[in-house]
Design a protein around this ligand. Structure first.
Ligand SMILES: Cc1ncc(COP(=O)(O)O)c(C=O)c1O
Length: 286
C-alpha cells in the first residue's frame, strides 16, 4: 500500500475523508486511537479495545462517544471483509486557537479500514531481529498506559532505521529501563517467570499484552510486572513482542546477541492460536 492509497473511512458516520483544520486531534494530538485486528469479519478483542478507548477518554476529559455507535459504524465498514485492520480515532473535535479545551467538546470519530499487513509468516514462526532505539521515552504518569495520539517518540524511533530485516526497535526510558517496542509490548522469560515492564510512567498498556498475561496464568507460568534493563534482557531465556495485529513475535536477535525461540513463547503462541480457532467469543471475555 502506498501512502496515497485510498482506504475506506467514515468520519462521524459519513463516508468522507476530511477533518476540519481546527480539529484538536490534528492541532495538538488531543485524542486517542485503537488499532484492531479483524478476523472472520469480527473485530478481535472489541470490548477490550473499547474499554481502553473509554478509559483514555476519561483520562483526557473527552466525552465518551458511545461504543454502540462505534460498533455500528465499524460493522458498516467491515461488510463482506474477512480479514483487515480497523483503526478507530477519537479526538476532542474542533476548537478555537489555543490549548484550552472547548467547554462542550463534540468529539470527532474516525474509522478506517486498512488491508491486513503483509508481515512475513517467518516473523511469528522463526522470530525477528530487533534493534535498540536511541530515542528514549520520558516519564508521564498521567498519560502512561492509554493510547493517545501524541506518538512523536515512536515516530522519531521508527525513523532511526530503514533496514527491512529489522522488524522492531526497542525503546528504553530516560533511566535505561526497557519499556516496549515502537509498536509493541516487550516480554522476557527468565527462570520460568514471564516478566513485562509495569508501564506506570510511560508506554502503552497493550490489549495483546493483557491477553498474553492471562494466557500465561493458564499455562501456568508465573507473571511479574517489573522494570528491567539491557543486562537482564541479554540474560533472558526468551524474549518476545506483542501487539493486536502481530500477536506474538519471538525476538531472536539484537546486534550480536541471539536468543532461541523458547518453549514458553511457543506455548503462548499455541494458546493464542487455539483461542483464535475457538472464535471471538472467548477473546472478548473480560
Ligand atoms: C507504542 C505501542 N506500544 C504497545 C502497543 C501494543 O498495543 P496493542 O496490544 O493494544 O496492539 C502498540 C500498538 O500499536 C504501540 O503503538
Amino acid at each position: 500500500m502506498t501512502a496515497n492509497t485510498i482506504i475506506p473511512v467514515l468520519i462521524n458516520g459519513a463516508t468522507e475523508d476530511r477533518v476540519s483544520s481546527l480539529d484538536r486531534g490534528l492541532l495538538y494530538g488531543d485524542g486517542l486511537f485503537e488499532t484492531i485486528a479483524v478476523s472472520n469479519g469480527e473485530p478481535v478483542y472489541w470490548s477490550r479495545h473499547m474499554a481502553r478507548l473509554q478509559a483514555g477518554c476519561e483520562r483526557l476529559g473527552i466525552p465518551w462517544v458511545d461504543a454502540d455507535r462505534l460498533a455500528d459504524e465499524a460493522r458498516g465498514l467491515l461488510q463482506g471483509v474477512d480479514r483487515c485492520v480497523l483503526k478507530i480515532v477519537v479526538t476532542r473535535g474542533t476548537g478555537g486557537r489555543g490549548y484550552r479545551p472547548p467547554p462542550e467538546p463534540q468529539p470527532t470519530r474516525i474509522i478506517q479500514r486498512h488491508p491486513w499487513p503483509d508481515f512475513p509468516a517467518r516473523c511469528g514462526e522463526q522470530g525477528v531481529t530487533v534493534r535498540l532505539c536511541e530515542q528514549r521515552l520520558g516519564y508521564n504518569p498521567l498519560l502512561a498506559g492509554i493510547k493517545h495520539l501524541n506518538r512523536l517518540d515512536q515516530v522519531m524511533a521508527r525513523q532511526e532505521w530503514t533496514d527491512p530485516d529489522i522488524m522492531e526497535g526497542l525503546m528504553a526510558d530516560t533511566n535505561g529501563n526497557l519499556i516496549e517496542g515502537t509498536m509493541s509490548n516487550l516480554f522476557v522469560v527468565q527462570d520460568q517467570v514471564l516478566i513485562t515492564p509495569e508501564l506506570g510512567r510511560c508506554g502503552v498498556a497493550g490489549i495483546m499484552r493483557a491477553a498474553v498475561m492471562e494466557l500465561a496464568g493458564e499455562l501456568p507460568l508465573q507473571v511479574a510486572l517489573r522494570d528491567f534493563g539491557m543486562t537482564a534482557l541479554l540474560q533472558a531465556d526468551e524474549v518476545f513482542l506483542t501487539n493486536s495485529v502481530i500477536g506474538i513475535w519471538p525476538v531472536v536477535r539484537l546486534g550480536e546477541h541471539s536468543w532461541p525461540k523458547g518453549k514458553a513463547t511457543q506455548q503462548l503462541q499455541q494458546r493464542l492460536a487455539d483461542l483464535h480457532r475457538e472464535g471471538n467469543r472467548r477473546h472478548d471475555q473480560g
